[in-house]
Write a new protein. Structure first.
Length: 165
């Protein structure tokens, strides 16, 4: 995927130093510029060429001006693969009607049954999750605001774009 994420923070102290960190396996480590990462010592961290496998990684920034320092609240990265369904491993995943203002009726492969599904908004925030209980199930759009959402099923690379009218 050729997508980018941007995390930003700010300080009232123009002399503050910035150090971005990532937690991908249970503890935070300092990032260095290079590869996917740029701006690791600035107020904005840019992550290029995102991978779905990076979903769940947490990022934070340490701001310091000797002898004081402060750490931002960690932000969790969600990467949604928006390639078309025919190009990935859930070729039978369908949602109809789309767009809707009531319910989406979902059909999927038997291998998805039992997995968790996530309904994610355009900002990457999970707004609803549940279990795939059968090859055909429904998701209510009644409590959602108008907009674009993505349906992602745990264990699969793809997502389906859903529109709430």
């Amino acid at each position: 995927m050729n997508t980018t994420a941007l995390f930003t923070t700010s300080s009232f102290d123009p002399a503050s130093a910035y150090q971005w960190q990532v937690d991908s396996s249970g503890s935070f480590v300092n990032l260095v510029n290079g590869g996917q990462y740029s701006g690791v010592n600035d107020d904005s961290l840019r992550i290029n060429n995102l991978r779905v496998a990076q979903t769940g990684h947490r990022f934070r920034c340490i701001l310091s001006n000797s002898p004081c320092s402060d750490t931002t609240t960690a932000a969790t990265l969600t990467v949604v693969n928006t390639t078309s369904v025919e190009e990935n491993d859930l070729s039978k995943l369908r949602a109809y009607p789309n767009p809707t203002n009531e319910y989406w009726y979902i059909t999927t492969e038997p291998t998805a049954v039992g997995n968790t599904y996530y309904l994610v908004d355009q900002l990457g925030k999970t707004v609803f999750e549940g279990k795939v209980v059968a090859e055909r199930f429904e998701i209510s759009a009644l409590q959602l605001k108008e907009g674009i959402y993505f349906l992602r099923i745990e264990g699969y690379k793809s997502a389906v774009k859903l529109i709430r009218e």
